[in-house]
Write a protein that binds this ligand. Structure first.
Ligand SMILES: [Zn+2]
Length: 652
């Protein structure tokens, strides 16, 4: 048998081939592109709001295993770690809301509905209503227990992504107290799930035992009696007996559970402070207190914490409560009472805009933006007993963070300009970049002055005036309902029909909105149904098609088949007074006959991108004149026409 160096030839060949393969694999391994390490992140050169009232510029931060591992004035470099350039951006702790209601018993009336809500709605609520607003820790008060215990377990086990959730379970109250008689009025099930109605010491003890076994974090009870407005119903609620109130606080403490109380009136707050309550929810809403009021000293001495819910006062029938809430907040703040942000937000119906508004109210009360931020970060963590790991941007703290495009210390409304949100270092929200589209300049048909449209049900019509477009870029629209003028709008637009200014008036329900686009931001002020509005929307180079269907002539004229655009909602739905993103698409051509006249049209479909499955609008635009001919909706395979062109007026 032939051999090489005493090794049989066949073995030698195998050895050489083996070595070549190993070397090849080795080179491949050493030169392959490196994947970034999971769970690690660097943000360089960022302005940091610590959470304790201080800030520092040009900092770099390294996050590892969900925790802030390093903060440095020098750029941090690590191999294979994702780096975010924080230049010009601000990093702050995630917001902590110490008073929210995820589910108020509105949409669920039994366990089955509750389970469906939990599994099908909650991920969407967290992803759309909560996390994008930078809310990373919440304390839920009195959601139905069947629901909230399961939700807590799902979040803690990592099965559902959501903010850290602390709970109280059901709320102690007197028989027929709040929330038994109020939120609980939606169903028997909600009533028994959200409230423990107590009238005897035995019932108190049994309730605390039940809640301790369920592993709640705190206790909550209602200490208010008398008249109570629940939406438009005036109810009478009963207050817990004073001795039972003391028993809850005392026995709760013995079982390691601190109590907070829902309270509205001065005298009740006084009794609670004297009884050693841990926290006051809502506060003194029946009068203004001054710094020398004895209750301020009593409060300070008691050490009780305070969770104001100023924004919630906008829903109160008694409008003086808002003024008292704002006034007393400042007095208590100046006295050094520990205050944590709470909003009463109902996430099943509202978004984190509520938390942003709450912060704005603190500033309106006289706090600086920085002081307001501390209430929602460090103070929130202290109130919830988690200050050792939350509420500040410091080494060792959990990386629940908000990265902002603008600095909220300069102006609290900048809190809306969120670029990214991190939960324990993981990005759970990142701002979608706004796309721009190339729409050529649009000119209306020569001598066109106005157009009239009517709804097919005969109830509405509208007139659009173009006569100021060439000279001033202004288009006006008047909508009539049942023959009466209902809404009046003036749009200042650019050549692609994208708005730069919008004035909307609907006197019947006190709506008057002014919105102006400047430097890529739409600033909207005025009032919506009598409620003051002050919002900003970052839109960059995106299309602001506030005229909606009246903008399609420009789109039809463009070579593009599909565009995204933005519009502020004015209806009654969740989108009211917020910016919606719409996708419009050319889906074909069709001849349309209206009042014996036939138009050759481009057909366009329209969806709201976040609810693309829920609604599709259809629009037919005349290719000859660029005018909208008719519009409607598509449900399943059925098309329904809702609006039609009635008349075009030309200069004679
Ligand atoms: Zn509440």
């Amino acid at each position: 048998m032939p051999s090489v160096f005493g090794i049989p030839l066949i073995g030698f060949i195998q050895m050489v081939l083996g070595a070549v393969v190993l070397i090849f694999l080795g080179i491949k391994f050493l030169t392959r592109p490196k994947k970034n390490k999971k769970g690690e992140l660097i943000i360089n050169d960022v302005h940091i709001i610590i959470g304790d009232g201080t800030e520092s510029n040009h900092q770099s931060i390294y996050i590892k295993n969900g925790v802030i591992a390093e903060v440095s004035a020098q750029p941090i470099q690590k191999k294979n770690v994702q780096v975010i350039d924080g230049t010009g951006k601000t990093l702050m702790p995630g917001l902590i809301d110490s008073h929210i209601h995820i589910q108020g018993g509105f949409s669920c009336h039994n366990e089955d509905e509750s389970d469906i809500f939990l599994n099908e709605k909650m991920p969407q609520i967290f992803n759309e209503n909560v996390l994008p607003y930078g809310i990373t820790t919440i304390k839920d008060l009195d959601a139905p227990k069947h629901f909230i215990y399961k939700l807590r377990d799902k979040i803690r086990s990592g099965e559902m992504e959501g903010p850290e959730l602390l709970i109280v379970g059901p709320n102690f109250t007197a028989p027929d107290g709040h929330p038994a008689n109020t939120l609980g009025s939606n169903s028997k099930w909600a009533r028994s799930e959200m409230a423990i109605e107590i009238d005897t010491p035995e019932q108190v003890s049994a309730g605390i035992k039940e809640l301790k076994e369920a592993g709640v974090d705190f206790l909550k009870f209602t200490y208010q009696g008398g008249d109570y407005w629940y939406f438009d119903h005036k109810l009478t609620i009963r207050k817990i007996d004073k001795e039972l109130m003391k028993q809850i606080i005392r026995e709760g403490k013995e079982n390691g559970l601190n109590s907070t109380a829902h309270v509205f009136y001065y005298d009740d707050v006084k009794e609670l402070l004297e009884a050693g309550i841990y926290g006051i929810e809502h506060g003194i809403l029946d009068r203004d207190i001054e710094p020398d009021d004895p209750i301020v000293a009593l409060w300070k001495k008691s050490g009780a914490r305070f969770v104001p819910t100023v924004n919630a006062m906008t829903y109160e029938k008694d409008t003086t409560r808002m003024a008292h809430s704002v006034h007393n907040l400042k007095v208590l703040y100046d006295a050094g009472i520990p205050i944590a942000m709470g909003t009463d937000n109902m996430f099943e119906q509202m978004t984190g805009e509520v938390e942003h508004k709450e912060l704005a109210y603190y500033v309106e009360a006289g706090l600086t933006p920085m002081q307001a931020i501390v209430l929602a970060t460090k103070n929130g963590a202290e109130h919830l007993g988690i200050a050792g790991r939350k509420g500040q941007v410091k080494v060792g703290m959990e990386a629940d963070l908000i990265l902002l495009d603008k600095n909220p210390v300069e102006n609290i409304s900048n809190i809306q300009f969120i670029d990214r949100v991190f939960l324990k270092g993981k990005a759970v929200y990142s701002q979608k970049p706004i796309q721009s589209f190339d729409i050529p300049d649009y000119t209306y048909p020569r001598d066109l002055i106005s157009a009239e449209y009517a709804s097919t049900d005969g109830k509405q019509c509208r007139t659009i005036n173009y006569d100021r477009y060439e000279s001033e870029r202004i288009i006006t629209q008047i909508t009539f309902k049942d023959g009466e003028k209902w809404a009046e709008e003036e749009f200042t637009v650019d050549r692609s029909l994208s708005a730069t200014k919008w004035v909307y008036k609907r006197p019947s329900d006190n709506t008057e909105i002014n919105a102006v686009k400047e430097n890529g931001v739409i600033k909207m002020t005025g009032s919506f149904k009598g409620k003051p509005q002050d919002k900003s929307f970052q839109i960059g180079e995106g299309l602001w098609y506030q005229m909606m269907d009246m903008c399609f002539p420009a789109f039809v004229n463009a070579k593009l088949d599909e565009i995204l655009f933005y519009s502020i909602g004015t209806g009654d739905n969740r989108g009211a007074m917020s910016l919606g993103e719409f996708a419009a698409k050319k889906i074909g051509t069709e001849d349309v006959t209206v009042d014996d006249k036939t138009y050759s049209c481009v057909k366009i479909s329209l969806v709201l991108t976040i609810f693309s499955w829920a609604w599709t609008g259809l629009f037919w635009v005349d290719t000859a004149t660029g005018q909208l001919v008719q519009s409607g909706v598509k449900k399943g395979n059925k098309e329904k026409v809702e609006w039609q062109l009635k008349k075009l007026h030309y200069k004679k």
